[in-house]
Ligand binder design. Structure first.
Ligand code: NAP
Length: 246
């Protein structure tokens, strides 16, 4: 008898950390819904990688910051796949727009928060009912060191990630009895497009491990939290930062 298909949705799966998580989910045989905002070509590359790893999937364009767009895309998929449950969601899509608070425009404040914090709500809520009915679910939120400790120039980003951390803890308690875990991963500096403008040689001096994190290392941690072995871990924020902050 063949195993039933397992479905996972990764927001921001077209590049960076999200892509690595998609590839590893593919390696575990998942059917991966690869969300992206605008970079269709990179999302297709991720999909090819998921298939090469042994899984399958599809790309799914929507802006996580838009409740309407996210809700419509997810509802359309659910309608077309009656009986299929998306049992894993990785809320990974995020942006930064660093500037000292003194100079921060309203749009910079709102866009960064809308992507991470509203994105978490917009994507997770439509998936919750199926997870609760199936009595299994894995919700993994990619946050940041900045959301724990705050970093200058990132009042918007720190507020967004800090908000997701608080929501992670609250939701974990709401759904624990139904076999759904909710955890957050807080990376330090990871080598992706998001950090391409950062002087790695300079920053690395402050990192006890002496290097940036690779996206695959974050993905490995996510895979553990998604696995059956992590059933009793919920409401946690797990740092992966090379000793930068504890
Ligand atoms: P990245 O390489 O810049 O990739 C960002 C991904 O998010 C892309 O797939 C992008 O899609 C997608 N995205 C952005 N805005 C979106 C929106 N409104 N709707 C849907 N998708 C959207 O970023 P990364 O470094 O992998 O970061 C991934 C997550 O880790 C983020 O939440 C980030 O805050 C967090 N993080 C990163 C670091 C780091 O050092 N890199 C450290 C701590 C935390 P397109 O390709 O279509 O643009």
């Amino acid at each position: 008898m063949t195993e039933p298909t397992k479905y996972a949705l990764v927001t921001g799966g077209s590049r960076g950390i999200g892509r690595e998580i998609c590839l590893k989910l593919g390696g575990r045989g998942y059917y991966v819904l690869i969300n992206y905002q605008s970079n269709a070509a990179e999302a297709e590359k991720t999909l090819a990688g998921v298939r090469a790893a042994g899984g399958d999937g599809e790309t799914m364009q929507f802006d996580v910051a838009s409740g309407e767009a996210a809700g419509a895309a997810i509802a359309a998929w659910q309608q077309a796949h009656k009986g299929a449950c998306i049992e894993v969601v990785v809320n990974n899509a995020g942006i930064r727009d660093d500037v000292l608070m003194m100079w921060m425009e309203p749009q910079q404040w709102h866009t960064v928060i809308a992507t991470s914090l509203d994105g978490f709500y917009n994507v997770t809520r439509p998936l919750l009912r199926d997870m609760l009915v199936n009595r299994f679910g894995r919700i993994v939120n990619i946050v940041s060191l900045s959301g724990i400790k705050g970093l200058p120039g990132q009042a918007n980003y720190a507020a967004a990630k800090g908000g997701v951390i608080a929501a992670t803890k609250a939701l974990a308690q709401e759904v624990a009895k139904k076999g759904v875990t909710v955890n957050a991963i807080a990376p330090g500096f990871v080598r992706t497009d998001m950090t391409a403008d950062i002087d790695e040689a300079e920053i690395r001096k402050q990192i006890p491990a002496g290097r940036f994190c690779e996206p695959a290392e974050v993905a490995d941690l996510a895979m553990f939290l998604i696995s059956d072995k992590a059933s009793y871990i919920t409401g946690e924020v797990i740092s992966i930062n090379g000793g930068l902050y504890t």
